[in-house]
Write a protein that binds this ligand. Structure first.
Ligand code: PMV
Length: 367
């Protein structure tokens, strides 16, 4: 990526989706740099997104960071110090990687406004979508050349690395659409970059999310990664992973839903087993989580293809096919303790819109 002009200016808005992991990233070789112990595979979503606008200006004022909600445009809030520091830390890495100083000649400072279409910090990968959107928006606004930046002109491997540099490893997968694998490195010094296994069009799977908790979780995924290796089951799970990864890759290639579902559900239970047996233990589930897991098993007994998975939170993602999405959503809505049901599905990955002092002029969807 080329360095910006001495007096950079412009705006980029990136919309990046969350993703749901089929095989999870859990446990890090280097937590600060989000270097994973194991490879992971996910499906990029389409409705659960972060929209992040960055305005780039010269000058020495501090970066500004604001939080909003896509469904409530008037609701701008101060995100608080912890969130702001994480965003500014990521901006510092992005500045460094793009050869941009924070102060002095050629400096760039950012005003960032980021919004989620779904509850943040509730195990719905808001950090994945948020940091992927920030990496794409910053890379786009800093890219020299014409007035518009096409996301396909940006190097996806580099974007994956830039998103991961936020410290949220799962963000490395959200820069690509469809089905995505993020490999594990040979050593902590490596820079593992996500690759696409299949496009969204290859297999239109749905993810019906049962929201049982909308508040922030008590233990962050960062802390969960930190504690993971303390579980006596951590090493045992790693032994299982080559088989699971291979099954998931094959199931995606062959669109074999029962094979995919069975291994995804097994993997999610294992992740939570590791979390619950870490020291100190991490309990992400709420009572309604168990009720949803039960409802999903009941759906299968009724002949409906539905399989559950959970990231680091209490909410349950239920994978299903377009034909059965309605039946699954209806059943989940009736489970006591379920506040909302989000109907999402596999998507094409981030989009970006760039303008440089003139009206927005181009948008492109990445595939
Ligand atoms: O990207 P992080 O550090 O928030 O960790 C993600 C952890 C899981 O969501 C539980 C698993 C995954 O691979 O997305």
């Amino acid at each position: 990526m080329s360095a910006p002009a001495a007096e950079p200016a412009g705006r980029a808005t990136a919309v990046a989706p969350a993703n749901i992991a089929f095989v999870k990233y859990w446990g890090a070789r280097d937590l600060e740099r989000a270097i994973p112990v194991n490879p992971s595979i996910s499906m990029t979503l389409s409705r659960c997104v972060s929209r992040t606008t960055v305005d780039l200006a010269a000058g020495e004022a501090p970066d500004e960071v604001w939080l909003g909600r896509i469904d409530d445009p008037g609701a701008w809030t101060d995100p608080g110090d912890a969130f702001r520091s994480r965003v500014v830390a990521h901006l510092d890495v992005l500045r460094r990687r793009h050869g941009l100083a924070r102060v002095g000649p050629g400096a760039g400072r950012f005003r960032v406004v980021t919004e989620n279409s779904f509850p943040a910090a509730a195990g719905l990968a808001s950090s994945a979508s948020g940091f992927a959107a920030l990496a794409v928006a910053v890379a786009s606004v800093l890219r020299g050349g014409g007035p518009a930046t096409r996301i396909s002109d940006l190097d996806r491997g580099e974007l994956s690395s830039l998103a991961r540099a936020s410290g949220s490893g799962s963000a490395a997968r959200s820069v690509l659409g469809g089905y995505v694998e993020w490999p594990a490195p040979g050593g902590a010094a490596d820079d593992p970059r996500a690759v696409q296994l299949a496009t969204a069009a290859h297999w239109p799977l749905c993810d019906v999310v049962a929201i049982v908790e909308t508040g922030a979780k008590q233990v962050s995924s960062l802390e969960g990664h930190r504690r993971a290796a303390g579980s006596p089951y951590f090493a045992r799970r790693l032994e299982e992973l080559p088989r699971r990864l291979e099954t998931v890759r094959r199931a995606i290639a062959e669109r074999d839903f029962p094979a995919l579902g069975a291994v995804v559900e097994e993997e999610a239970i294992d992740l939570h087993l590791v979390a619950m047996s870490s020291r100190p233990p991490v309990f992400y589930w709420a009572p309604a989580t168990l009720a949803v897991l039960d409802a999903v098993r009941a759906l299968r007994r009724d002949g409906v293809g539905a399989w559950s998975t959970m990231d680091a939170g209490a909410n349950v993602h239920v994978l299903t096919t377009p034909d059965e999405e309605e039946a699954v959503a209806e059943r989940l809505r009736s489970v006591p303790g379920v506040h909302t049901v989000i109907r999402d599905r596999v998507g094409d990955g981030p989009t970006v819109t760039v303008s440089r002092g003139e009206p927005v002029d181009e948008e492109e969807t990445a595939r």
